[in-house]
Design a protein around this ligand. Sequence first.
Ligand code: 2AM
Ligand code: CA
Length: 262
Amino acid sequence: MLNIAVKAARQAGKLLLRYTGQLGNLTVETKGRNDFVTAADRDAEYVIIKTIRAAYPNHAILAEESGLHAGNEYEWIIDPLDGTTNFVHGYPQFAVSIALRRRGQLDQAVVYDPLRDEIFTASRGGGAHLNDRRLRVSQSNSLSSSLLGTGFPFKSMEYLETWISTFRALLPRTHGVRRAGSAALDLAHVASGRLDGFWEIGLGAWDIAAGSLLVTEAGGIVSDFAGGQAFLASGNVIAGNPRIHSEITHLIGPLLPPELHC
Ligand code: 2AM
Ligand code: CA
């Protein structure tokens, strides 16, 4: 199943790269405030679904652009283009994200960065890999020597002040904070130790499903803001090596309104 996911991700990545050569011709549609979709998202999603369907016609699919396709207990969670805003501006940071969930547990994950030709993979219990190299989260044992990733609030600005308060609490304690615009790649970079931790409010399940398995299989921790495992449902994520995850969780917990304790 991981092989099929890798094949689908590479096909989609190749297609996205072709689109980057003709961004001027790409029509950008608005799904909602600050929420964009292009033919590149749709075509990449189509290619991924076609490849998965050919191998596993009975599996269910949850994909960012086409929603839920019913099936059996295997469910593929697909973001054909994570970082659409970057993509439409020609900013070089985007990825394809594909995960397989079975009975509530993530089993397989692929995040593909076509610009760097980096393929991040994980299988539950089998570790995480970048191309063919085994991944470990960073060894950093304190926020004071860490580089963190985050995402700004988008769409609704309801939690902008809350996010700013978390940023204010974390930034001065770290080496720095990056906001690169693809949560799937941010999590892949936590898995590979390039980032020590990551936090964001209100993502989609497809943005984080694959990346979260990469992090846990690389020895890191992923949780929601209450320290639980409901992050795919809430979209609220804290990830990091165990030490950094714990520091972020303790620092931002008291700053969150009650409805974000999930
Ligand atoms: P997307 O490009 O697939 O939409 C960046 O903060 C993260 O938030 C990305 O993973 C991005 O995924 C996600 N996101 C979802 N909706 C977004 C939006 N309207 N603007 C920016 N990022 C969005
Ligand atoms: Ca997307």
